[in-house]
Design a protein around this ligand. Sequence first.
Ligand SMILES: Nc1ncnc2c1ncn2[C@@H]1O[C@H](COP(=O)(O)OP(=O)(O)OP(=O)(O)O)[C@@H](O)[C@H]1O
Ligand SMILES: [Mg+2]
Length: 326
Amino acid sequence: MNHLLRVDGATVDYTTRHGATRALDGANLTIAPGERVGLVGESGSGKSTLGLLVGRLLPAGARVGGTITVDGRDVLSLRPGDLRALRREVLGFVPQDPVGALDPTLRVGRQMRLALRGSAGEDGNPADLLERVRIDRPDRVLRLYPHEISGGMAQRIVIATVMAAAPRLLVADEPTAALDAQSREEVTGLVMDLAESEGTSVLWLSHDLRAVGRWCDRTAVMYGGRVVEDGSTRAVLDDPRHPYTRALSRSDPAHAVPGRRLPAIVGGPPTLVAGAPGCAFAPRCPRAVADCEGHRPLPLTVDGRTVLCLRPETETTVPSDVKAAS
Ligand SMILES: Nc1ncnc2c1ncn2[C@@H]1O[C@H](COP(=O)(O)OP(=O)(O)OP(=O)(O)O)[C@@H](O)[C@H]1O
Ligand SMILES: [Mg+2]
């Protein structure tokens, strides 16, 4: 199959004051042209690390292994000029903090023009670009400084600028986390509509299972620096096969039933080290057996999706009220 993005066995290690930590532990992921993939998983599971790795944007000091291919190019061995061209021509990044992504010293219009220099969006009129993200009176907004606009407006400006360059792959790292519920809905819809009209593939890093369920064709679930379940969104979120996906889905606030306490996932996230044996979820897993501690699970195809688990769930286990909510 022709993939726009292919991540094979990606590892990322850091050395910190507290010793060695592993942020990615052999993550695999593919994205086809035009596909929208949601990447979910609890804090620290490695979502941002994987998203940044796609553009080789990790901080200095990150030691990286595995293979990343974008549009047929081997990202980890590109020379600096070719890497810049890849970022400019193929990739687009929308960060979590939109205001932080803007330069506080420049008016909106000027920084949009600077950001688009040398890209496919260079000739675009900034006012037209702002209209595409439904900003009223764009000429007025172009004259404002970042501190004069709201978070929702800033995120629309960032999205308008990134999408003007017509990226083939958009990596969006929780771009709506700082917004109120209504802006979140609108901004997500905008990104997805723009992506669809441009044929842009989307890698959407999110904690919002409901939004991923609504907008993404495929869902990949991360745990302990690996993608532990990956398949169609309906299969993965409505009928999980990995015990972690099941626990994540059940503990999602969007699935809360009034008067009933949400089940939390017992224990804490793992601290990873290179070469650790076994499944990282085993200490918290209700289905774990002795083998799970000693054997690293290999990818299995189960009911049309890929699962990294020695003992995947075998039947529908999510209560029907959860399905109805998604
Ligand atoms: N620069 C760094 N130095 C050391 N460790 C790091 C660094 N960046 C990330 N890590 C570690 O890598 C792991 C994965 O972090 P990452 O930010 O990718 O998780 P995440 O899934 O994006 O979490 P969140 O949902 O909170 O955004 C964590 O254990 C984190 O502490
Ligand atoms: Mg993150």
